[in-house]
Design a protein around this ligand. Structure first.
Ligand code: TYD
Ligand code: MG
Length: 421
């Protein structure tokens, strides 16, 4: 529970009739002068693309991500890219100047001229900003800031909201771009929590699979560009490097296509992820052949094997079946049914599925292939990562064709098997 103090709203009095005090005018859109938005390119392609071409002056961008994922590193690289082209101010409430300097040295960035401030009071930061008049302010992170107007502790909902509101107001008034870094909590929401998303112009999320050195940045909201763009980076000893061929990182590392491997698209929280499913079918010497799953539901595998027997005419009663999700991910949704069946068949028959194919769909007990939610978004993600063919449920077929993607829409297992092999 948190205590709120209700402030009196100035200028609002009890109803005294409406027409008495009009001081606003309604404008027709045609009368609005066109304004050309000049974007400031950052020079990091993967990021520029996600932002829709660069930073728009006066816009407020929120970058969210797990602690330690590399938000500060990325922003320092951004600032290095903007050096000499835009006056920037880097405000850190988390690290000392020495730590920032050490990171810059480690990244071998040429940011000697970067103006830094370690401060957590919004009022102080804005006072400095008004004097310095930078074109871009980076706040690292919004959770460490506090506003003197609010009593509660930094990081609490009301503090985060009040601090962000003050910064947004400044950004709009002074036409100064602002990047707010926000930490994300375990359940994936922005700590403090997602109360900032509606206040800012763009929300970017910086994410990665556990233990992976790859980082994906994605626009969740963008008032100046499209969402669903994806930027991929790899964390190296010298900071974040762009990955220009991201689909490669989702493959398991062997360059030759292999039997028993199928690529699928799942949805994790609010985002689609491409994953590789592997199956190995091998002659069993046990009375009870083994059914082993890693990252997949065990009883679902048994069910799918029964479906495959009854409706696909393939009996694996004398075979061990192993199924694995590459990269240590866990799949909890039903969209992995169809790819798993195809992976099993692929291994059993030693038939290889094309490396450019993605598969997703639920398989019912009568052998029908059912749609999964957000099918179109999954297809777009796959197309964006260079996949050119998809096997999906008929009901998932998008109304508009997706560029560069040919789709086999199937309604039952037989059709899916025919489309795959
Ligand atoms: P950081 O940018 O501090 O994360 P955030 O601001 O999102 O909390 O990045 C921290 C991690 O990145 C740290 O655990 C080490 C790793 N890292 C590298 O692997 N290489 C590097 O060059 C740098 C600077 C960091
Ligand atoms: Mg940081």
């Amino acid at each position: 529970m948190e205590e709120f103090r209700q402030a009196a709203v100035p200028g609002v009095s009890r109803n005294t009739g409406y027409a008495g005090n009009v001081n606003q005018r309604v404008t027709e859109l045609a009368d609005v002068a066109d304004q050309k938005v000049t974007r400031i390119e950052i020079g990091i392609n993967e990021l520029d693309r996600v932002m829709g071409g660069g930073i728009v002056p006066g816009s407020v961008i929120l970058i969210g991500g797990d602690p330690g994922i590399g938000k500060s590193t990325l922003l320092l690289q951004v600032l290095a890219g903007l050096m000499g082209r835009l006056e920037c101010l880097y405000v850190s409430g988390e690290e000392s100047l020495q730590q920032i300097n050490m990171r810059a040295k480690r990244l071998r960035l040429n940011v000697g001229a970067l103006r830094c401030l370690t401060e957590t009071s919004v009022e102080q930061i804005l006072a400095v900003a008004e004097k310095e008049k930078p074109g871009l302010i980076v706040i690292d992170s919004i959770q460490t800031l506090y506003s003197e107007q609010v009593q509660s502790a930094p990081g609490s909902v009301s503090q985060v909201r009040e601090s962000a509101a003050g910064l947004v107001r400044y950004a709009k008034q002074m036409n100064c771009a602002m990047v707010l870094i926000g930490h994300v909590t375990k359940d994936g929401s922005l700590a403090g929590p997602r109360i900032l998303e509606h206040m800012v112009d763009a929300v970017l999320y910086f994410q990665s699979d556990e233990g992976s050195r790859y980082r994906v940045i994605r626009a969740f909201k963008n008032r100046f560009g499209a969402v669903n763009e994806l930027g991929v980076f790899a964390m190296t000893g010298q900071g974040l490097k762009e990955v220009s061929n991201p689909s490669a990182i989702f493959l398991s590392g062997h360059s030759e296509p292999a039997a028993g491997s199928v690529i699928t698209v799942i949805r994790e929280g609010t985002r689609p992820i491409l994953l590789e499913l592997q199956a190995l079918v091998d002659e069993s010497h046990l009375a009870n052949p083994r059914r082993v799953t890693i990252g997949l539901d065990h009883s679902r595998l048994s069910m799918l094997l029964a479906v495959l027997h009854r409706h696909g005419g393939v009996s694996l009663g004398d075979q061990d079946v192993f199924a694995n999700v590459v990269g240590g991910m866990k799949i909890t949704e039903t969209g992995s049914d169809l790819p798993l069946i195809l992976a099993i068949l692929s291994s059993f028959r030693e038939r290889i599925l094309s490396r450019k194919t993605v598969v997703f769909g639920e398989v019912g007990l009568s052998g029908e292939v059912r749609p999964v939610y957000n099918g179109e978004e999954r297809l777009k993600e796959a197309a964006g990562l260079g996949f050119s063919h998809a096997i999906i449920a008929r009901a998932n077929q998008p109304r508009q064709p997706i560029e560069g993607m040919s789709i086999a829409a199937v309604s039952n297992l037989d059709e899916a098997i025919a489309a795959a092999f």
